[in-house]
Design a protein around this ligand. Structure first.
Ligand code: G3I
Length: 302
């Protein structure tokens, strides 16, 4: 096939992008997005600060705009993110204990209910593990409500939207040998053994360069999948858009039957949070880059 989404679909996968509501009036942007991708992740619009700016006051305007953009074009949606230590509204940042736990659970229930039936997969909990060698949890106001906050979040999400896949999503969990990867692996293993409702693991995959592409990435994907969860590559971008690393990412996903799909974190380099590193598949003018061609051929090779 001649587009990323159509090629991925021929192999039972999706190929997605992050979308920012503020760019939906840019014709170059919407043309590329509508043509190439069949999955959409709102880049910021479903986060806690955006959807519940004051406690109990829910605002879905920008998120709904993106969901409508996607569904009217036959694209599906990844929800991002219900519970996270960052991008919390200021009223939540200062909370702790039972009040924060209840606010988090209510937030999850309300947001997942609003979008019920429209979300392919939810990032229920984002970035809860610490960087470095500990393999343990990141300190945060949510973590300080009790170590069971993650499973409580997943149970609330399941109750609100029983048909969405529920994912744990993180970065620097690509190299199988990293303590952080192992920590997340042990949590998923524990959740599966105790019946905590988790369906998928999202590997953000913000790669810093060709040489940093982990040679054991496929092992990471297949090891998580062997626990009985799907794996999704959720925020892919690669410094200088190294074409080989991009193609390897596609091949590694395809090698793992439970790798559902790949999402790149933006359309053009100019749309990227790392725009100074030109990490995406389209340049600032919307032209296809070498990395685009290498991804498309890898998708078509199957
Ligand atoms: O919308 C406001 C605007 O009203 C305000 O005037 C302006 C002033 O700073 O800020 C705007 O918000 C910014 C927002 O992006 C929208 O552009 C925030 O400051 C900025 O912090 C925010 O950055 C986002 C970042 O998450 C925040 O943590 C990036 O766009 C987004 O790409 C990035 O995405 C994260 C994933 O959610 C989780 N994984 C890592 C990834 C990259 O950091």
């Amino acid at each position: 096939a001649s587009t990323l989404g159509a090629s991925a679909a021929e192999h039972g996968r999706y190929f997605g992008t992050a979308i920012a509501a503020g760019r939906l009036n840019d014709g170059t942007y919407t043309t590329i997005a509508g043509r190439e991708f069949n999955m959409v992740t709102p880049e910021n619009e479903m986060k806690w600060d955006a959807t519940e700016p004051s406690q109990g006051n829910f605002q879905y305007g920008s998120a709904d705009q993106i969901v409508n953009f996607a569904t009217s074009r036959g694209m599906r949606v990844r929800g991002h993110a219900l519970a996270w230590h960052a991008q919390q509204p200021s009223w939540a940042q200062g909370m702790s204990g039972t009040a924060l736990r209840n606010a988090m659970l209510n937030h999850i229930t309300q947001v997942a209910t609003h979008f019920r039936g429209k979300i392919h997969s939810w990032d229920v909990v984002n970035e809860a593990f610490a960087d470095g060698g500990s393999g343990g949890r990141r300190d945060s106001n949510l973590q300080r409500t009790g170590n069971d906050w993650i499973e409580a979040a997943f149970r609330a999400a399941r109750a609100a939207d029983p048909n969405a896949k529920l994912c744990y999503n993180d970065y620097n969990t690509d190299n199988w040998n990293d303590a952080k990867t192992q920590g997340v692996y042990r949590m998923v293993q524990d959740f599966k053994s105790r019946g905590v409702p988790i369906d998928c693991v999202g590997l953000q995959s913000h790669f810093t360069g060709g040489s940093d592409y982990p040679s054991n990435y496929r092992t990471t994907l297949s090891s998580f999948a062997a626990l009985g969860v799907d794996v999704q590559i959720t925020e892919l971008d690669i410094r200088n858009a190294n074409a080989t690393a991009y193609a390897n990412t596609v091949r590694d996903c395809y090698a793992v039957p439970r790798c559902n799909g790949i999402t790149v974190w933006g359309v053009r380099d100019s749309d990227s949070w790392r725009s100074n590193e030109s990490p995406l598949l389209f340049d600032g003018s919307g032209n296809k880059k070498q990395a685009y061609n290498s991804v498309l051929s890898a998708l078509n090779e199957g």
